[in-house]
Each structure stands twice: as C-alpha cells, then as structure tokens.
Design a protein around this ligand. Sequence first.
Ligand code: AMP
Length: 363
Amino acid sequence: MTTKTTTIGILGAGQLARMLALSGIPLGLRFVTLDPAPDACASVVSTHIVGDYGDREKLERFAGMVDVVTYEFENVPAESVSYLSERLPVYPSPKALAISRDRFTEKSLFVELGIPTPKFLAVGSLDGLKLAVSEIGLPAVLKTRTLGYDGKGQSVIKSDGDVDSAWALAGGAPCILEAFVPFAREISVVAVRGRDGEARFYPIGENTHSGGILRHTICRLGDPMQSVAEGLASRLLEHFDYVGVLALELFDVDGDLMANEMAPRVHNTGHWSIEGALASQFENHVRAVAGLPLGGTEAVCHSAMVNFIGAMPAAAEVLRVDGAHLHDYGKAARAGRKLGHATVCGEGEEAVTVGLGRLLRLL
Ligand code: AMP
C-alpha cells in the first residue's frame, strides 16, 4: 500500500522551522518554508520560498505546495493567516495565534479561563499610564501589547519618576501595565495536543533569563508544580481545541503559579527535549499537525539546555563536555541573536549540573 507524503508548510524559516523539519524528515514528511530572508536557516532542510508573509503571489505558491500549514512565530500578518486558513488546515488554530499576539487579549483570556496572572491594565496614553500606576501600584512592568518578545518593548517602573521615561520608551504604542511579580523562579510547561484531542505534557523547565532573553533551562523531573502547571495549560488546549505544541510560561511565587505568557508554537524552553525526551517537542508538533499519533513526552535522562546568544563557542569546546549535544543554527552572528544551543544529558542531576556549569563558562 502506498500512502501520500504529507507536506507541511511553515511560515518562517528560522531555527524553530529548521528543527521542525529535521525532526519530521525521518517520519517521511516534507517541508516548505516561506520567509523573506533568502539565507534563512531552515532553507537547507526545506523547499524555501523567499517572500514577505503578506505577498499574495508567494502565499498562493506556498498554499499550492502544502497539505497543512503551521508557523514558527506569532507575528504572522492576520490577513495572510486567514487567506491560508480559507484554503488549508492551519494548526495551531488562527484564534490561538491572534490572542497570543496581543498581551492584553492573552492575559484577558487567562482571567476568563481562571488561570492566575499578574494584575494588569491596558494603557493607551501617558495619563492612562498614571491612572494604571495608581491602581496597580509600584513596582510594575510596562509592556507593548504587540511585537514584544525576549524582553523587547518593556520596562520596569520602580517609582513615579520612571513613568514619563517608560512611556517615552514605549513610543506611544498601545501597552499593558502589569504588577511586578517577586517570583522565586520562572518555569514553563510545554504541552502537545493531537488532532484527536489527546494531550501530553513535558516535564517542567526551570528557566533563567537575563536581559529578557532565555539563557538556560533545566528540565525538572518530578517537580512539585508539574500537575498544577499541566492543569493550567490544559485549559488553553481545550479552549482552542488546540492542535500542536503550546508553551505556557509561569512565575512560581513560593508555590503559587501565575501565567506570564503563552506561545502557540514550539518553544525555546523545550529544546532540551530533542535529546532529553522520548519524542521531542519538534517531532510531536509535526506529528500533531500531520495527524499522526503523538510520541512520548517522558524524559529519558536528566538534561539542561544553554542558549548561545550573539556568538558561538568553538564546536570542539562544547563537544568536549560529557553528554553535550551541539545545535549550531548556521546563522550569521549579531548581538542579541540566538545562534545555537547545547543540551547536556546525564544519568543524574549532579552530572547535568556539572555539564551545565562547563557550558555556561564557554559563553
Ligand atoms: P516577557 O517578554 O513577558 O516574557 O518578559 C521577559 C522577562 O521579563 C520574563 O521572563 C521575566 O524575567 C521578566 N518579567 C516579565 N514580566 C514580569 C513581571 N510582571 N514581573 C517580574 N518580572 C517580569
């Protein structure tokens, strides 16, 4: 019996698209990517269409070559998504994409679903910001509603004297003001849901950021917050009748979880799963999108992941670390750019902590 090959179209051809294709090719899946950059790093593992996401002609070509569409980032133009979703299945649902693109609609949904989140208010003017500060109190964080990621477009307001400069930094863009959370740690739960509604969850990742960018994640086996985090992510999966991988970032405030944001896609805090889980988040995303059975999300070892940002260490230095796996995305170096990562695996927490320390010293 011959079965037709499924071709997955990915909007965006960065490292997430590259790792999706790398995990799906062995399953017999094919990939087409659309991205404005001719040298985008997924172009070496996919049929790559160079074009703007809003370019109708390119979208038509893309749509004609694929069976199903997914995306690697949230800021795909809404019109392009609706154009594609009129012609093809788009997973995760365009509704999840639209909600997560705007921090205000995202946090409003958390409230609607009973998912705890820091107190927040929409802000559209300097006067509005002053009013919000008086309601929420200080310290607080001002964030642009859209196009903010990796800490971009946000500032902490510690005193009334910071209000004017924070508003100026936002450049007049619609914002939200949210209460500053004195968290003990940042964690994330990566979930996957198949077309048949089956949901699975990876072990929690404990995340360390600096300057708003993820620096490293430690996969926490048997974390006391695991089932609470899964319960919160489940509400989102059910709400959207979700298909694919979803990540939920949470603040752990001494055993109380508060949602910071959701990502309707594979997520940097789940990269450890390539070597650290039975089936990686990338493989499970393409399995879900292609309508295939999900793979195991259980950890096969202890693991931790380190991001390489702005510069790559020498490959030999990384590979000298016991249990380290290197992922060089093949991107040109630029300050603040994620160029690669390494995951260190080991039989126990201690071996991983030692390996993680060695990798961190390479930065
Ligand atoms: P975000 O772009 O919302 O993911 O924020 C980037 C990072 O800023 C988070 O990972 C936190 O380290 C920090 N952050 C964001 N929102 C808050 C908050 N309300 N309270 C304290 N820290 C925050």
